[in-house]
Design a protein around this ligand. Structure first.
Ligand SMILES: [Zn+2]
Length: 56
């Protein structure tokens, strides 16, 4: 998925226009990208391994 979408700061309209909202001519921002937390995933994985080692 390519993040060329912009979100209008005023009306919240999503647009491919990089400079301004086509509806109200307000500036646009990059919408919040989905949060990736690979570090947390690995941490959980490692914790699970630790727990397994403790129980065995
Ligand atoms: Zn707008």
């Amino acid at each position: 998925m390519v993040w060329h979408l912009r979100k209008c700061v005023k009306c919240g309209n999503y647009t491919l226009n990089q400079k301004m909202c086509p509806l109200c001519n307000q500036s646009v921002r990059i919408p919040h990208p989905p949060k990736f937390s690979p570090h947390d995933k690995y941490l959980k994985y490692r914790m699970n391994i630790k727990e397994e080692q403790i129980t065995t």
